[in-house]
Write a protein that binds this ligand. Structure first.
Ligand SMILES: Nc1ncnc2c1ncn2[C@@H]1O[C@H](COP(=O)(O)OP(=O)(O)OP(=O)(O)O)[C@@H](O)[C@H]1O
Length: 815
């Protein structure tokens, strides 16, 4: 045992934990120096990069290992096959990957790609990146994408230029249009995204981006201390004044939906412009016009004068700007904002308008118009990107899912309800996935089973989207079209759901707030405007205006969504959102899922600080402690038995019995492998195949060589035959045919001797044409002389066999 003087480390622990302890003393000292301020009893964490290798798997010890690695600037750690990524709050941390199986995003991508190209497991593979807002999900997704581009064996230059570079550019373009600054993250994604990389024969052929529910309510004004989508700030800061003037904007004007902030960290308009140009989006001025339309609409207010709803004088200029952009007259735009269409489904000739009820209704109509415009623009951009990177046909896919993280703010409204619901569904999927694996193991009689509870996850989802649920009540209030106040909604929710253990009702009956105990903590929601936001209805007269506008690009943008509009009108936002998440879950069901859990080291968002208590809370609510019980028992590769014997044969497991001992589990229908053991099988198979190929090649080469040699020698003999006497020829034959006498059961020497006898006889009969060039092309049967052989440059198969039938005139060959 190694003894180290002057060290406070407990080396007995080191030796017990890891038998591989071969670290030099100097290196050990260096390691300990790195751990300033850490627990000194960390020796047990040396060499460990997988939580499952810890003897003590208590939350404290798991957090201890991750903390140890965090201070060593190793932000990634395995938990079985799940990767934990800790947000470093620093730049340039752990870029290098040392070994293949080092915990890293790249290892997860490699594993997924390996399964995809070797057709292991399900048809598709998906990397699900989850975690709280600001924990580094989008960053990890970008690392995964970039890694794919650095692998020349799966991505050639053309694909790199036409697909992957464009997909990367799309990330920064969509970040400009879909990200905003929030309390938790200055670059928070306000939409969910699934990037599907299409694969054929182990190579990338295309990609497709699916987006989920953009938080479009942000367009009509962000919450306090937050910003609107980056693109508004970028346009107002980055575009020059004269271009802005052309689209009716000005840097000096205060835009209500986009309050000025001293320093915006994501204000690089030039980056967005570059991405647009690369993605061949050339209508930059038109896009600016739509942004201007939204910004100017945001500045229009409403008031009541002489019991009539009006647009105040100081807002008239914004109406003017908007009508110029829409290429319609000011009066019809004002009418559109102040009056609503009655019986909209009737023909245009009988359109009848009535004044809105109050200022709030006008505001709501205007907001829904702005949201619709922005949402359409966002989807237009996504469609344009997809048109460029999509490979037409159906293909196996590697998906990378980056969805907005769990959020809890001071004021949480409809959007946070949707975002947290999406995270709740993903968390449920994660646990359910493990549950399914466990059930599968139980069926396969895999004995080391640990039970964990799934019911609480299902109950929470039921509270949100079940038959009697928050979504159910909010949807009902949209559909019954009765007058409802926020207080009424609040009390309805409280009365109906207070018995649910995950719902906390407010005792005050005039309160609009309620709380839900989510998997990641309790969040208090305010039901203000929830019904209106859920209704998500764009007035039909507004769609009419947009469909008929002379602003062609806008018409194009809106028409690209016309199918969606027809399908979605009348459906509430929550039901649409639920549907899109159901579709996402169905997509995940078709794939083998690889999980990356992004966690934060502290809530203060500062580097070099690890709050253990907060971290343990995250480990628990993310389900990592629950699934850890099963993770260390899991085999990463599962193949059906018949598929395995089809691909590898039945003997391979027997042949590698000693090498695979304890690393493979053969169940009833399936065989379970660890990554290493499967690698061993692949290696063995390729060596086996190579040796078989060599043997076959060797056999054929030898066979052809002998045939060629024989044929050449026979011909040589024949050419000389006319000049040689018989005895000399026999000697030559003896020497030349030595060693190649038997090929395909033909005794060449005797055959040739017989043939020569024939020729000798033949030479005595009147001569016939026997040779053409260097070969015998034909011969005619001579009476009583049996045909013994036909000889060409190469041996004629079965030429030594006599014909079964003989015609009276003998056999005639072609001359
Ligand atoms: N490993 C890392 N190294 C360096 N910077 C990182 C790393 N992970 C995250 N960051 C930075 O942290 C910030 C937040 O990360 P990111 O936007 O990826 O979080 P997110 O989980 O996607 O948040 P949201 O759910 O709000 O969209 C970004 O500025 C990102 O550059």
């Amino acid at each position: 045992m190694t003894k180290v003087r002057d060290s406070s480390l407990d080396f007995t622990e080191v030796n017990r934990t890891s038998s591989k302890f071969r670290y030099s003393i100097e290196l050990l000292r260096k390691e300990t120096d790195l751990l300033n301020g850490c627990d000194r009893n960390i020796a047990k964490y040396f060499f460990i990069n997988n939580v499952c290798d810890l003897e003590d798997k208590s939350p404290e010890n798991v957090a201890g290992l991750i903390k140890y690695r965090f201070f060593k600037k190793q932000i990634y750690t395995w938990t079985g096959q799940t990767l934990i990524a800790v947000q470093p709050y620093e730049r340039n941390v752990q870029k290098k990957v040392d070994k293949d199986n080092d915990p890293n995003i790249c290892s997860v991508v490699s594993r997924a790609w390996f399964n995809l190209s070797n057709r292991l497991g399900k048809i598709n593979q998906c990397i699900v990146i989850s975690g709280d807002s600001g924990s580094g999900k989008t960053y990890s997704a970008c690392v995964a994408l970039k890694y794919l581009g650095t692998q020349p064996q799966i991505c050639d230059l053309e694909i790199l230029n036409n697909v992957l570079y464009k997909t990367w550019s799309s990330v920064s373009l969509l970040a400009a249009f879909g990200n905003a600054s929030t309390f938790h993250n200055t670059n928070s994604s306000r939409f969910g995204r699934l990037i599907q990389i299409q694969c054929r024969n182990g190579k990338i052929v295309g990609a497709f981006i699916r987006t989920f529910l953009l938080e479009r309510s942000r367009v009509s004004g962000p919450n306090r201390a937050e910003t609107n989508f980056h693109i508004f700030h970028q346009a107002l800061c980055g575009v020059d004044e004269s271009t802005l003037e052309n689209v009716y904007l000005s840097k000096k004007t205060e835009y209500k939906i986009c309050p000025k902030i001293a320093h915006h960290p994501y204000c690089s308009y030039s980056e967005t412009l570059k991405a647009m140009k690369f993605l061949q989006i050339t209508q930059i001025d038109d896009i600016l016009c739509i942004l201007s339309l939204i910004l100017n609409l945001g500045n229009i207010d409403f008031a009541v004068k002489d019991e009539k709803l009006i647009i105040p004088q100081d807002c008239k200029q914004y109406v003017n700007f908007c009508s110029k952009i829409l290429l319609c007259n000011t009066t019809s735009l004002s009418q559109l904002l102040l009056k609503r269409l009655v019986a909209p489904r009737l023909r245009k000739a009988s359109l009848c308008y009535t004044s809105c009820v109050n200022v709030e209704e006008c505001q709501e109509r205007k907001n829904s118009f702005m949201r619709f415009l922005y949402d359409s623009l966002f989807h237009y951009l996504v469609t344009t990107i997809n048109n460029q990177i999509f490979y037409e046909k159906e293909h196996d896919c590697l998906g990378i899912l980056d969805i907005y993280g769990f959020e809890s703010f001071f004021l949480n409204t409809f959007e946070q309800l949707c975002i947290n619901y999406a995270n709740e569904r993903l968390q449920q999927y994660y646990i359910q996935d493990y549950f399914k694996k466990q059930m599968n193991y139980a069926y396969e009689k895999y004995e080391k089973i640990t039970k964990f509870d799934l019911s609480k996850y299902n109950e929470r989802i039921n509270l949100l989207d079940g038959s009697l649920s928050v979504f159910g009540i909010l949807n009902e209030e949209c559909l019954v079209k009765r007058y409802n106040t926020d207080i009424f909604i609040g009390s309805r929710l409280s009365n109906s759901l207070s018995k649910n253990e995950f719902f906390i009702a407010r005792s005050d009956s005039r309160n609009t707030k309620f709380s839900i105990k989510h998997y990641a903590g309790t969040v208090e929601y305010d039901c203000r405007s929830m019904v209106n936001k859920n209704r998500d209805k764009i007035p039909e007269e507004m769609i009419l205006l947009l469909n008929e506008t002379k602003f062609e690009f806008l018409r194009q943008v809106v028409s690209s969504r016309s199918e969606d509009i027809q399908y979605l009108q009348g459906k509430t936002l929550l039901s649409k959102f639920k549907k899109s998440l159901d579709n996402l879950m169905a997509t995940l069901d078709k794939a083998d899922v690889h999980y990356v859990k992004c966690l934060k080291p502290n809530q203060k968002q500062i580097g070099n600080f690890f709050d253990e208590e907060y971290f343990i809370k995250q480990l628990e609510y993310n389900g990592i402690m629950d699934t850890l019980k099963l993770e260390f028992q899991l085999y990463s590769i599962v193949i059906a038995k018949n598929e395995f014997s089809r691909r590898f044969g039945d003997q391979i497991l027997e042949e590698l019995k000693y090498l695979l001992k304890g690393k493979v589990y053969v169940g009833k229908d399936k065989i379970y492998f660890s990554e290493n053991s499967f690698g061993l099988i692949l290696k063995y198979q390729s060596i086996l195949m190579l040796s078989c190929v060599r043997r076959i090649q060797r056999y054929w080469k030898a066979k052809y060589k002998k045939r060629n040699q024989a044929a050449t020698k026979i011909q040589r003999c024949f050419r000389r035959s006319s000049q040689m006497n018989r005895s000399k020829l026999n000697d030559t034959l003896d020497s030349t045919l030595d060693g190649i006498t038997v090929i395909e059961n033909v005794n060449f020497k005797s055959e040739i001797t017989r043939a020569l006898e024939d020729i000798e006889i033949k030479s005595k009969v009147p001569s016939r044409k026997m040779f053409k060039g260097d070969r015998i092309v034909s011969r005619q049967r001579i009476a009583q002389v049996p045909v013994r052989c036909h000889i060409k440059k190469t041996c004629i198969p079965f030429s030594y066999v006599l014909p079964i039938q003989e015609t009276p005139s003998g056999l005639i060959d072609i001359f």
